[in-house]
Structures are given as structure tokens and as C-alpha cells.
Ligand binder design. Structure first.
Ligand SMILES: *Cc1c(COP(=O)(O)O)cnc(C)c1O
Length: 466
């Protein structure tokens, strides 16, 4: 028997062991060190000449790797905007790996139909019109790239040029945005429009939201024949929302493409009292949101919607004789960056089936309440200053200047505590610490632990005499 066959014959025992380990990892997330901050390097081992088999490989993983994993799926990882994985999503992701479907073309499996269904449920969850079609992506970055590509194709059409076919020569395109996410700048680089070519629209005072009057002036002044506006539905620091309805009116008047990045902010649509933040969302030409953030499915999963699926297939279409299938279902190969792609839809399908609209509404509501509680504590604190009001799930703060202590030093100490993980940010040009709540496991008790960790930073500083 070779090693593949040996593993295969021992699969149940192996799978049971690994399943046990995974469950215990999940269950102990609240007690684990939240982040491994000393940059572990991989154990130096040469490539195995003759494989050891999965049992020995798993043992090696347990001994040399597992202890240095973060608890980013756990309740107090507040860095970036990081989702956990719901039980249903985690289990479905195992099935995705085990069944190993390639969702590139319909015609050989139900997998494409499941993605169609999952996207339809997502439209219902977000109250997005059925006229939008979409695709699951590897993340919001990939979805922003697709939005930029569709906008670019649209802008070309306005000038009688099919960019997908003929390239960018002779095309004029201007891109406008106020507080684009870093991934939007990456998208501009990737699609050949150039990061530095972005036309910066001013923000409203004390906000990261677009000054729409300023956009109106810029669009009116522009002589460019192709225009794309990239709006934010939830900026990563201030969680500010551009006025999509007002922007859409302008993009219609000026024949511009409107892409909305709602990577996590789109989930505010689950809360009736927040829904007006995204008024006009159905007027967007394309929309980004994330699965691995507030939907809490395992990495990686993003979501892209557009009202112009024909433009998406102009850009992403692949032609080859072996790709001709006769089906009423979409060929996702023609709707995204990848040709071959995993059965990413199953975790989305299963988690929505398992928890439904009310489960997700509660998740989003709880995280927002937790963020508010932390913000409230900070605003009363003698050591910290809340830098902007908490509007959704992100809290922005810094140590009070009386401590005369470098913000990065405080950030490092917070993260080295192993109790909580936060990441740096900028608010109105000033250094800040961000804490983003985005996990189904987080409770008010966790907020308490975060507060006492923050408290301890200055207790220890004072006893140390610095
Ligand atoms: C996280 C985020 C992105 C990038 O998302 P990935 O899933 O990491 O690719 C884009 N835009 C916004 C607003 C985000 O919060």
C-alpha cells in the first residue's frame, strides 16, 4: 500500500481525531491567546522524501504549528473587521472540502444552483432587488475589482470602445471617491486605471462620508467621457456612509457608473433603525459585500452584485469549445476572476438556512451594542479618549495625551496581553486604535474583559514608574 492508500484505509480514525481537535479549538477560542504577536517562524524542516502519512503529519501540526494560531475566529479578536465562523458555516466548509466540487460550469452538479439560491437569499437578507445578479468571490477586494472592471467596461462603452476586447488605448476614465478602502486603490492598480489617478472627493466635516455637493461640482466640471464613482457604505474607521441616493442621482445625470463598497456596512440593512443609511442602494450599478466578515462564514468569501450582468460577462467571459454547456443556470466561469472555484456557496447556504434573518439580525445588533458599551466605557475613562462617536460596530480611541505615551506602544501592550487584539487606524489624520466587533461568539462579558485589559495597561505603567 502506498501512503495515499494507507491514509484512505485509515480515514475514519484520522477524521475523528481531527474533528475532535477542531471542535476543541473552537470551544477553547475564548480562553486562547487572541493573537500570537512574536512572529513565529516556520519550523525548519526539509521536504519529506517519503511522506510520513497524515497521522504523523497531523501530529507534527499539533506539536509545531497549532500552538501559534490566532484566535481570530474567537470573541475578542477586534482587529481589522474580522468575522468568525458559525457552527453551520464551519461544518458546511468541511463538506465543501470533502465533496470538492468545481463550480465553474453548470451541467455536472447541483453546486451552481446552490450558489444561485444562496445569492438570492443574500438579496432577500439585504433587501436588494432581484434585478441584481452576482457571484461569490474570494473577498470584498475581489468584489471591488469586479465592480471597477464593470465600471471600466461601461465607461468604454460610452466612448464606443469595448475595453475587454480592445484594451484601454484611447479611453478616458475618471474615478471619484471620498474615503476609498485600501482595496479600491489596489483595484485601480490591477485594472490599469492607476491608484494615483483617483480623484479625491472631499468629505463632510468630522466624517469620512462624501461631500456630495463637492462631487456634483467635480462631475459637472469634468470633461472626461468615462466616469466611475466609488461610494462607501461603511468606512472602516468612522463607519460613515456616503449618501447613496444623492450620489445615484448624480451618476445618472452624468452617465457615471456607481459602485458601492459595503463590505461590512451593508449588514446595517438588517437593523430597521439603521436601514436609511443605505437608502438608494438599489440604484447602484454594482455592490460589494463580504461573507467572511459579518456573515461569519469561514475564509474566504466575498459577494458581488451588479444590475448589469451582461457587462460582467463581457469582462470575465471565457470562450473555448469545451466550455459550451446548455443550461438555464449561469456559468460562474464567465462571472468572476477565477475559472475553477470552490463550492463557496455551501457554507453561505447552510448558515442562512440554519440561522435565518432573525439570527443574523441578532448577531449584528449584539455586536453594535457591544461596540457601544465599549465606547461608553472609554468615554468615561481617565486613561483613554474616544475619538469619534460609535455609530455601528467600530470603536476608535487613543490613550489620553496626559499619559504622554506613544500610541503604538499602547497598542503593542494591549495585543501582547493575549486577551484582545486591536489594530491601528487613523481618524481625521490622527493616529488611533480601532476595535471592530464582528463575531457571533462575542458577549458583553467579553467587553468587560476588554475594558479590564485596557485598564491594566496603565495600572502596570504606573507601578513600573514609566
Ligand atoms: C474588509 C474590507 C474590504 C476588503 O475586504 P477583503 O474581504 O479583506 O478582501 C473592502 N472594503 C471594505 C469597506 C472593507 O471593510
Amino acid at each position: 500500500m502506498n501512503q495515499f492508500e494507507k491514509d484512505s484505509s485509515n480515514l475514519i480514525t484520522l477524521a475523528e481525531n481531527i474533528c475532535q481537535w477542531c471542535i476543541s479549538f473552537q470551544k477553547t477560542l475564548p480562553e486562547r491567546r487572541v493573537a500570537i504577536t512574536d512572529n513565529p517562524s516556520p519550523p525548519k524542516q526539509p521536504l519529506e522524501e517519503n511522506g510520513l502519512g497524515s497521522e504523523a503529519a497531523f501530529l507534527d501540526f499539533v506539536q509545531n504549528i497549532s500552538g501559534n494560531l490566532s484566535a481570530s475566529a474567537g470573541p475578542r479578536y477586534l482587529g481589522l473587521v474580522t468575522g468568525g465562523t458559525t457552527p453551520a458555516a464551519m461544518l458546511a466548509d468541511w463538506i465543501t472540502s470533502a465533496t470538492d466540487q468545481n463550480v465553474c460550469l453548470p451541467g455536472d452538479s447541483i453546486a451552481t444552483a446552490v450558489e444561485v439560491q444562496a445569492l438570492s437569499w443574500l438579496r432577500q437578507l439585504f433587501q436588494i432587488n432581484e434585478t441584481f445578479q452576482g457571484t461569490l468571490t474570494s473577498g470584498a477586494t475581489a468584489a471591488n475589482i469586479l465592480g471597477t472592471l464593470c465600471g471600466r467596461q461601461f465607461a468604454g462603452e460610452q466612448q464606443g470602445i469595448d475595453i475587454a476586447a480592445d484594451g484601454l488605448q484611447g479611453v478616458e476614465i475618471e474615478v471619484f471617491s471620498a474615503s476609498p478602502h485600501a482595496s479600491t486603490l489596489k483595484a485601480l492598480s490591477l485594472v490599469g486605471l492607476g491608484r494615483k489617478q483617483l480623484i479625491q472627493v472631499p468629505c463632510l466635516p468630522d466624517s469620512e462620508a462624501m461631500d456630495v455637493t463637492a462631487l456634483a461640482v467635480l462631475l459637472k466640471k469634468s470633461r472626461c467621457r468615462g466616469k466611475i464613482v466609488i461610494a462607501s457604505a461603511g468606512t472602516v474607521t468612522g463607519t460613515d456612509f456616503d449618501d447613496i441616493e444623492a450620489i445615484a442621482e448624480l451618476t445618472q445625470t452624468h452617465n457615471a457608473w456607481l459602485h458601492v463598497d459595503g463590505a461590512f456596512g451593508l449588514f446595517s440593512r438588517l437593523l430597521p433603525e439603521q436601514r436609511s443609511l443605505t437608502n438608494g442602494i438599489n440604484l447602484a450599478d454594482s455592490i460589494t459585500t463580504d461573507g467572511h466578515k459579518w456573515l461569519n462564514v469561514s475564509y474566504d468569501c466575498g459577494i458581488f452584485f451588479t444590475r448589469h450582468p451582461e457587462l460582467l460577462s463581457d469582462v470575465c467571459g471565457v470562450t473555448a469549445s469545451y466550455l459550451d454547456v446548455d443550461s438555464h443556470l449561469p456559468s460562474y466561469i464567465n462571472m468572476g476572476i477565477e475559472n475553477s472555484r470552490r463550492f463557496r456557496a455551501l457554507p453561505v447556504w447552510m448558515t442562512l438556512k440554519a440561522y435565518g434573518r432573525s439570527g443574523y439580525t441578532e448577531l449584528v445588533k449584539n455586536n453594535c451594542e457591544q461596540a457601544k458599551a465599549l465606547a461608553e466605557w472609554l468615554s468615561q475613562s481617565k486613561d483613554y479618549e474616544l475619538l469619534c462617536p460609535c455609530k455601528l460596530n467600530v470603536v476608535v480611541f487613543k490613550p489620553k495625551s496626559l499619559h504622554n505615551i506613544d500610541i503604538n506602544n499602547v497598542l503593542t501592550r494591549i495585543n501582547d496581553s493575549g486577551q484582545v487584539y486591536v489594530t491601528p487606524g487613523k481618524w481625521q489624520g490622527e493616529g488611533a486604535i480601532r476595535a471592530a466587533f464582528c463575531n457571533w461568539q462575542t458577549t458583553m462579558e467579553d467587553v468587560g474583559i476588554v475594558c479590564s485589559t485596557l485598564n491594566n495597561i496603565f495600572e502596570t505603567t504606573e507601578t513600573n514608574g514609566n
